[in-house]
Design a binder for this molecule. Structure first.
Ligand code: FRU
Length: 502
């Protein structure tokens, strides 16, 4: 009896030890982001089906569970109550006879329009048939739906799939669906090669094409993918934002997210301006879209990589993380409607030690000496009455560094990762990355979100945004700010961030 109890105790101890070991071990491997979501193992690309329900932010994502490279797509699943701490859950959607599960969205069907049940979580995604692709068919992408009555844990695919058949177009995918209140119908925004198709439906099952947008507008250096459509309010004025991801053809090469602002009447999108604008000018924020069911608040999340090199970046068990969650708002500057992105305020849940200073004249400011070494995530914020050239340098003892700054002559923000660490996996990884300064204000404010393998720059209240990843031999420990023009920082705040995995 005693021997049996001992044996049970020992087994329980071994199981406990193994689970706690594998839990923390999964997030301590090399280049593993500490404040961003990444899958424990395998491959991840686009965020999918982002939807808020009963206090939880659901994140589904393009996932190849078996290998850390793109392959047969499933929808992985994670949840968070605060947008910074994530719990990875079992896979939500598996490939089926119609194909693998490409990108799409999810909605909460409050009024049971589809008949799956009130408050059903309904996923609308692209079925991509590799079998038909091999046989040289064009009609390989169709739109399908699935529903869950237990908050995304288990899913039933709709028997009548596909709900939008393919009209004979190869690239026909990534449905983003929203409820359009004035006409009491669902609107699907679909990426179709070089333009957007809008469809409408009373019940998520029967779809009618409403209109097309964008064939000759915006950037066309690559295929249009992963769109999003939603209204934002600007002092009571309703401004519709249409996000259209594009690959390649981004402002710094490869993939990126452009956007249009305008009007939408339930049938047609009419743009305010037709010049190309980017949600994020950096190379590593792709396929970004917003959460559904969050009311007037619009929260955006992107995939923090670029199709140029996503499959070959130097991580081992897993590949790719997401950006941090960002709150979007609209602003009118220089007669144009511009989208601002700023870190969602929930990032403050990770704050630990902080250092603040006022009225600092910056020539060569050793932030590390005052605030302590970088030990994972950090957030640096400063503002100034007059923006001047500056460099923020993150570095380690191996002589590796990444430089984030403002070039006054060019009126550009930039990120230089030419000496950032491992970069031989792609010839263009070391190119200097730039973003135009869109604000015309004399004053400026800067937020930098730093992780072990990435930096996200939000300048001028989030009008100019850049995201870039990097792979140093050892994590950066030091941070300095230099200025050839003696920048005066009015308020400097440096927040160390706790790991989201501990
Ligand atoms: C964008 C994308 C989508 C597609 C998915 C496939 O990164 O190419 O258009 O649905 O990835 O994984």
């Amino acid at each position: 009896m005693i021997a049996k109890a001992k044996w049970l105790l020992l087994t329980a101890f071994v199981i406990f030890f193994q689970t706690s070991w594998s839990q923390s071990d999964a997030y301590t491997d090399k280049h593993r982001p500490q404040i961003h979501f990444s899958p424990k193992k395998g491959w991840m690309n686009d965020p999918n089906g982002m939807v808020y329900l009963n206090g939880k932010y659901h994140l589904f994502y393009q996932h190849n569970p078996d290998k850390p490279v793109w392959g047969p797509m499933h929808w992985g699943h994670a949840v968070s109550t605060d947008l910074v701490h994530w719990e990875e859950l079992p896979i939500a959607l598996y490939p089926d006879a119609l194909g693998t599960i490409f990108s799409g969205s999810a909605v909460i069907d409050k009024d049971n329009t589809a008949g799956f049940g009130a408050n059903a979580m309904v996923a609308i995604y692209t079925s991509h048939s590799h079998a038909m692709e091999k046989d040289g068919f064009d009609k390989i992408e169709t739109q399908s739906i699935a529903y869950s009555l237990d908050e995304g844990k288990t899913w039933t695919k709709y028997k009548g799939n596909p709900v939008v058949p393919n009209p004979g177009i190869r690239d026909f995918r990534d449905p983003k669906v929203m409820w359009y209140e004035p006409a009491q119908k669902w609107i699907m925004t679909l990426a179709v090669t070089d333009h957007i198709d809008f469809y409408s439906s009373p019940d998520l099952k029967n779809w009618t094409k409403e209109s097309e947008f964008g064939k000759n507008l915006g950037a066309h250096g690559g295929v249009w993918e992963c769109p999003d459509l939603f209204p934002l309010s600007l002092n009571g004025e309703e401004v519709w934002v249409l996000i259209v991801n594009i690959n390649p053809g981004g402002p710094n090469g490869g993939s990126a997210a452009q956007y249009f602002t305008g009007k939408f009447d339930g049938h047609v999108f009419t743009p305010n301006e037709t010049d190309t604008k980017w949600i994020d000018y950096g190379p590593d924020d792709y396929a970004g879209i917003t959460w559904s069911n969050t009311g007037d608040r619009k929260i955006f999340l992107g995939w923090m990589s670029n199709w140029m090199y996503a499959n070959v970046v130097p991580t081992e068990k897993w590949r790719s993380a997401n950006t941090i969650a960002r709150d979007l708002s609209i602003e009118k500057a220089g007669g144009k409607y511009l989208v601002r992105s700023v870190p969602s305020p929930e990032i403050s849940r990770l704050y630990t030690k902080n250092y603040t200073a006022k009225n600092v004249k910056v020539k060569n400011l050793d932030v590390t000496a005052k605030a302590g070494q970088l030990t994972g995530g950090a957030e640096l914020k400063f503002d100034s009455d007059e923006l001047k050239a500056f460099n923020i340098v993150l570095s380690n003892n191996n002589g590796e560094k990444v430089v984030i700054g403002y070039d006054k002559a060019a009126n550009n923000y930039f990120i230089d990762r030419s000496a950032s660490g491992k970069s031989d996996f792609h010839k263009d990884f070391t190119n200097t990355l730039t973003a135009p300064r869109l604000s015309a204000n004399k004053n400026a404010d800067i937020i930098l979100v730093i992780d072990d393998a990435s930096v996200e720059l939000f300048a001028d209240g989030g009008l100019s945004v850049m995201t870039a990843i990097f792979f140093p031999q050892s994590n950066y420990t030091d941070i300095t700010i230099t200025s050839t023009e003696k920048l005066t920082i009015k308020n400097l705040v440096f927040n160390h961030l706790n790991s989201a995995w501990k």
